[in-house]
Design a protein around this ligand. Structure first.
Ligand SMILES: [Zn+2]
Ligand SMILES: [Zn+2]
Length: 300
């Protein structure tokens, strides 16, 4: 089968997760845990998209879906494209409505509201007229999850997989081919996860320890270094004080008034099979949190 692609790569964002084929990539994301959008592209013309919105009460998903499809129809009309669409209660996913439509692309998707977390999710797979959209949509949508059952969210994109307690909100992200960075905050606690590509090139010029210290702005004089292990690789373990590039007044106040611990802990390791360097750093939270998060990273 042309598109008998096994969905084996996990993509996770803001508590939503799904499995896609290994050569698909996240190409866009917007919003936050309350309301957001995620887009994953195949190397060809297939695209998976997920939209979510938090809700306190039961939502009329039929109306939401009508609103959504009306919007799509209006956009199609503007481009003078014929739109045909259909909605039906899902036989495969309890409580969900399935839809399919055709405008300039073939689209299949579902809408549902989770009875547990109340999130409303619209997920769809689209493709050109020759794509086996129905088959692929079924496989991918079947893996869709809108919350986690253990209170830890999976953040996964472009082959990076890490899990964090769901209270950590993403505050900054940088997604580039050679560098990926996700920064999270929960109150005064912070976690930063970074991944660099082309580790072999980097490690010709730097030792792993130098690399671990320099880009992260650790104060050399105030850092304890030790050898450790992370995901089966030797790791540089760091504990100490960092010079944050921007010192927030709020944090200064917290430190002075609330006597928050200022210590940061980090682990940096070289994953040879993946030719990448990984770094996880936690600040103003215990060292145990570092180990718990490092243990969730899937690096090769
Ligand atoms: Zn849920
Ligand atoms: Zn590894």
């Amino acid at each position: 089968m042309k598109h008998g692609l096994a969905p084996t790569q996990i993509v996770g964002w803001q508590g939503v997760s799904l499995q896609v084929p290994p050569d698909w990539s996240v190409t866009g994301f917007q919003g936050d845990a309350k309301e957001g959008y995620l887009r994953i592209d195949s190397p060809g013309s297939l695209v998976a998209e997920v939209r979510w919105a938090q809700a306190r009460k039961a939502v009329n998903i039929r109306k939401r879906l009508d609103d959504y499809l009306n919007l799509v129809e209006r956009q199609a009309k503007k481009r003078k494209v014929v739109f045909t669409g259909r909605i039906k209660p899902s036989e495969d996913w309890e409580g969900a409505l399935e839809f399919n439509y055709r405008a300039d692309r073939k689209v299949r998707g579902l809408i549902r509201q989770c009875p547990d977390c109340r999130r409303v999710v619209i997920a769809q797979v689209s493709g050109d007229k020759d794509d086996a959209v129905a088959n692929i949509a079924y496989q991918i949508l079947n893996t869709l999850q809108d919350h986690s059952s253990d209170g830890w969210w999976t953040w996964a994109l472009l082959g990076l997989v890490v899990r964090l307690p769901e209270r950590f909100a993403l505050v900054k992200s940088q997604v580039m081919s050679g560098y990926l960075s996700l920064q999270f905050r929960w109150g005064y606690r912070e976690v930063t996860v970074e991944r660099w590509g082309l580790a072999d090139v980097t490690l010709k010029r730097w030792t792993l320890e130098d690399w671990a210290l320099q880009p992260a702005g650790w104060k050399r004089a105030r850092v304890e270094r030790a050898q450790g292990q992370a995901r089966g690789h030797p790791a540089v373990m760091l504990s100490g004080v960092r010079t944050a590039p921007v010192v927030w007044l709020r944090r200064k106040l917290e430190r002075v008034l609330l006597r928050r611990p200022e210590l940061a802990h980090g682990a940096v390791w070289h994953c040879e099979p993946g030719n990448r360097i990984y770094s996880v750093r936690v600040e103003r939270t215990g060292e145990q949190m570092l180990h718990d998060i490092v243990d969730t990273v899937v690096c090769h």
